[in-house]
Structure formats: structure tokens, C-alpha cells
Design a protein around this ligand. Sequence first.
Ligand SMILES: Cc1cc2nc3c(=O)[nH]c(=O)nc-3n(C[C@H](O)[C@H](O)[C@H](O)COP(=O)(O)O)c2cc1C
Length: 144
Amino acid sequence: MENEKIYQLAYISTACDCLKLDDIHNILNCSKENNKDINITGILIYCNKHFFQILEGDKEEIKELFERIAIDCRHDNVIKIQEGYVDERKFGNWSMAFKSYNKELKDLDNFNNEQFYSYINKQLETNDQNVSLKILADFFDLNG
Ligand SMILES: Cc1cc2nc3c(=O)[nH]c(=O)nc-3n(C[C@H](O)[C@H](O)[C@H](O)COP(=O)(O)O)c2cc1C
């Protein structure tokens, strides 16, 4: 969309002890559906019982969604790590890109690791102040 101002918000959280694989399927499916309707894009990573999510879209929609996510009982310790306007969408191709480091959830991954990794690093060449992208790149560096 032309002249669209893009707001980005990133947080980490801890999955609740009782979280099942099915819950992750549900979270992802619901996210993809809802986000499409409200033009939100982003990425969700699940690793070692922790979530890292970056959301981008209209400021009000992002804030509203984050309020819902923050009170979702499937996770806790929700800690916002960054929010603010960015020059453009970074995850425009995904209503929710997903990567898990859990073997049983591999079928849910929806991007090619190598391509994505080089894409993120390319973005960082011109957006080196974007904390969320930096964390994402470091995360891929460490975990592959
Ligand atoms: C880690 C995590 C990430 C989530 N990400 C999204 C998301 O990107 N979009 C979304 O609509 N819901 C997401 N949800 C689900 C929301 O918390 C909420 O259940 C959903 O938006 C439906 O809200 P409602 O029942 O009030 O309509 C996420 C939940 C968790 C635990």
C-alpha cells in the first residue's frame, strides 16, 4: 500500500508448562488467518520453550493485537523488546513466518533458512539500527 506507515513490535515470552504441540499449530493457524485480515505480517520463532515474535503493520492494529497476545495464557513472561516505526515491511511475504527448533514441529516451518538468513543480513546492511532484526540475525547465527 502506498504511503503506508509501518509499525513494528517485537517481544519474547516463555511457553506455559502445559503447552502442547497442538497449541503451537493452533497459534500459528489463528495468527495466519487473523493477520491476513488486518494486514499484519511478521515472524514467530519457537525455541526451547521460548517465543520470539516480530509483528508489523498499522500502529493501532499492532497495539491491539499485542494487548491480546500479552494476556494469552499459553505463554507468560511476555517482555516487549522493541517498538516503533520502520521504513518498510520486512516480512511482507508472510502473514506469519514461522520457525521452530522442535523436531516435531518441523512441518510448520514456512521459509528456507539459507535464503531467509541472507535476506535478514541484507536488510541489516541498510537497517543496522533495527534491534529486532539484529536479534533475529544473531539468533540464526547461534542456532542455524
Ligand atoms: C506466542 C503467541 C503468538 C501469537 N501471535 C498471534 C498473531 O500473530 N496474530 C493473532 O491474531 N493471534 C496471535 N496469537 C493468539 C492471540 O493471543 C489470540 O488468542 C488471538 O488473536 C485470538 O484472540 P481473540 O480470541 O480475542 O479473538 C498468539 C498467541 C501466542 C501465545
